[in-house]
Design a protein around this ligand. Structure first.
Ligand SMILES: [Mn+2]
Length: 323
């Protein structure tokens, strides 16, 4: 940017030409990209692109996650006045992070959706750019992982979730948010032995070799121990973090389709995400925010904070690669 930024500039999402910097815009007004990043399809030099996938056709209970991306973007406008607290660096000023906008798809053709989403993510990855995706229900993570595995090989997944999403489903035509991980493991695009699910508190008959830190273990031993265990499981290979907002307790995040009590507190999630610093993060997502079930807006605020932490983890991984 050539001109001095004034303290109440408007619509930085459309005007932030250098694509870096904190936002001085009124939080309650203007175009709400994620963290007021530049809204652009230009991926030249972009290190991380935020994209929305407003798809909830695969929900088994309450739909509504199609409104997640918009709600999380709006909630994120409360944040970007200052660097994320306690990280010791400012990814918003030091890294090129943009908002790529939402996936375009025909809701009347759900059978086409997996390929359309996979191509969308692959296009971004082919530019050398990572993705942070705002969902959408948890099915979206399957086509995303297909695109990631095509580029990086089998991914080591850290999944925050109340549910394992490992229900057996051998019908390739089915689109179901409760079976995305089953298909991902079966397809070999996830390295189960180096993957871990955190916060599980619903039954699963077969984890297919995926490691589990269930909610009871987490509450008994604490978030730092859980994160340390997860770090050890994941190791140094290419990592993807998928955060189902229903990992949080519905007392904090009721705006989701399949809530289960006994979940994570926001603080436990914050401590764990921070303690995952050092994983070779290639991308991530925040899914299952269904704002209509939460009159307070808290769920979307949680989703926005998770997104910010994923950005920090991603940019720290870039620093580790010396790029
Ligand atoms: Mn899930």
């Amino acid at each position: 940017m050539t001109q001095e930024r004034t303290a109440r500039e408007v619509d930085t999402a459309l005007r932030q030409d250098d694509r870096k910097g904190l936002t001085l815009e009124n939080s309650f007004a203007g175009v709400t990209s994620f963290l007021r990043r530049r809204y652009t399809k230009d991926l030249q030099g972009v290190e991380l692109a935020v994209t929305g996938v407003a798809f909830d056709t695969a929900t088994s209970n309450r739909s509504g996650a199609r409104f997640g991306p918009r709600a999380v973007r709006e909630a994120s406008s409360l944040q970007p006045y200052t660097p994320p607290y306690g990280w010791g660096f400012d990814p918003l000023s030091e890294n090129v992070i943009t908002d790529y906008g939402d996936l375009a798809f025909d809701p009347g053709r759900p059978q086409d959706f997996p390929a359309v989403l996979q191509a969308h993510i692959a296009l971004i990855l082919d530019a050398g750019t990572g993705t942070l995706t705002l969902g959408g229900d948890h099915f979206i993570t399957l086509p995303i992982l297909r695109a990631y595995a095509a580029r990086f090989g089998p991914m080591r997944v850290i999944q925050f979730d109340a549910h394992s999403d490992l229900w057996a489903d051998d019908d390739p035509e089915r689109i179901d948010h409760g079976t995305f991980m089953y298909k991902a493991v079966r397809e070999g695009i996830v390295d189960a032995r180096h993957s871990v699910q955190i916060g599980i508190r619903t039954e699963c008959s077969d984890y297919l070799g995926v490691n589990v830190i269930d909610a009871f273990e987490l509450h008994e031993h604490g978030p730092k121990a859980a994160a340390a265990k997860a770090r050890e499981i994941v190791g140094d290979g290419p990592c993807y973090i998928t955060f189902d907002i229903d990992a949080l307790d519905p007392g904090f995040a009721p705006g989701t389709g399949t809530p289960v009590w006994g979940g994570l507190t926001p603080n436990q999630a914050a401590v764990m995400l921070r303690a995952l610093d050092g994983v070779a993060l290639k991308g991530g997502d925040v899914v299952e925010v269904a704002p209509a079930y939460d009159a307070t807006g808290a769920t979307a605020i949680m989703g926005a904070h998770v997104g910010t932490e994923l950005i920090c983890l991603y940019c720290r991984a870039l620093q580790g690669q010396g790029t």
